[in-house]
Unconditional design. Structure first.
Length: 382
């Protein structure tokens, strides 16, 4: 007799061992998608500025070319000194030759250094080129305006002398036309190199993309980064003026001193002292020292008063005669409208007045260090 058996339940499941007391059950590690994404390498960041490396090279090469042209002027000054021996006006004084050679040599060295630094995309080259271009533009504009106003008078004086030279003098109509063409070409030439060229440099080196390119190509902090650009401009102006004073004190010691001109050793000593003061002020202003700002304001105000009083009262031609100018040279200088009546000197005084106003505007960068109040001391100590 058959009996029914229960169905086969299949293989029995393996027994899972219970965890020991004090231990945690083993769990599977689940990798989060967020963690996986974070672990993946990030794509390279795209710069948010336009790279101006090509422009820096182009403008740097332009500065190098201008520097070479300035260096070329040094032998030309020497040639002029040699040719002056054949002119009726007398031989060029050694001081005049040294002054011209030193000026063009300093200008050539500055342009070559800034041009090479711009090609290398250095931070200091960009900052110094920007402030020197502003200085170049301001002084170039003043000189262009002065020449535009004075050169026609000079040309008319030369034309009048040509009419009195005798029957072999050219016709007035021809002389007037030639002088007008020469005057126009000269003014355009001066305006291009003294106004248009520095405007191009100012516009380019003022671009934020140029600054970012220099920061990216030259990541190391440079000494020009330690002070604001307006203060750096004042330091450059003072340093350049100091070099001019030192050269003038050696070559042409003719110092305006409260209504009269000091010549000889006294004049040279005053020029050297003022040049040393300007070198100190250039360095101290760069370091944002408040005392230096006050010294600059006071000394420049005294200097302006002394120069204005001297230009109004003293006779410059008499002072030039004391430093060895010949009668022919004095007559030639006296016939120039730029020197007659101190036109050039008053124009230079006007530029110093502008700089005095600029120094007053710079006061915002020379604030006295704030003192810590006694109430804040316990909180800082704690």
């Amino acid at each position: 007799m058959e009996t029914e058996l229960p169905p086969d339940p299949g293989p029995a499941p393996e027994a899972v061992p219970e965890p020991l007391p004090g231990t945690l059950p083993k769990t599977e590690t689940i990798v989060s998608p967020v963690v996986a994404v974070a672990a993946a390498p990030l794509p390279p960041q795209v710069p948010t500025y336009r790279d101006r490396g090509t422009g820096l090279v182009i403008f740097g090469v332009a500065q190098i070319i201008l520097g070479l042209l300035a260096a070329l002027m040094v032998p030309l000054v020497a040639l002029g000194a040699f040719m002056s021996r054949l002119s009726p006006g007398g031989t060029m004084r050694p001081g005049q030759f040294l002054s011209g050679a030193a000026t063009y040599g300093f200008l050539a060295a500055a342009l070559l250094g800034l041009g090479i630094g711009s090609v290398q995309m250095k931070r200091w080259a960009r900052a110094l080129t920007l402030v020197t271009s502003w200085y170049w533009l301001i002084m170039g504009t003043l000189v262009t305006v002065l020449l535009t106003a004075v050169l026609p008078v000079t040309m008319r004086s030369a034309l009048a002398q040509m009419k009195q030279s005798g029957p072999n003098a050219p016709s007035p109509e021809m002389s007037t036309a030639v002088i007008a063409v020469m005057l126009t070409v000269l003014i355009i030439f001066m305006a291009f190199f003294l106004v248009v060229v520095p405007i191009a440099f100012v516009v380019f080196y003022s671009l934020e993309d140029v600054a970012e390119t220099c920061r990216h190509r030259d990541p190391v902090e440079r000494w020009t980064d330690r002070t604001p650009l307006p203060v750096l401009f004042a330091s450059v102006v003072l340093f350049t003026g100091a070099m001019y004073l030192l050269v003038t004190g050696v070559t042409t010691p003719l110092f305006p001193f409260f209504g009269r001109y000091l010549t000889g050793v006294a004049g040279a000593a005053c020029f050297l002292a003022m040049g040393a003061l300007d070198v100190y002020l250039a360095i101290a202003l760069f370091r944002l020292q408040s005392a230096a700002w006050w010294i600059a304001i006071c000394s420049l105000a005294i200097r302006l008063f002394s120069m204005a009083l001297t230009y109004a009262r003293a006779d410059m031609m008499t002072a030039y005669a004391k430093i060895g100018m010949s009668d022919a040279q004095l007559q030639m200088m006296n016939s120039s409208p730029m020197l007659r009546g101190h036109v050039l000197l008053w124009w230079s005084l006007l530029s110093m007045v502008f700089f005095f106003g600029y120094l007053l505007w710079l006061k915002r960068y020379f604030k006295a260090p704030s003192t810590i109040s006694s109430a804040a001391l316990p909180a800082q100590i704690g």
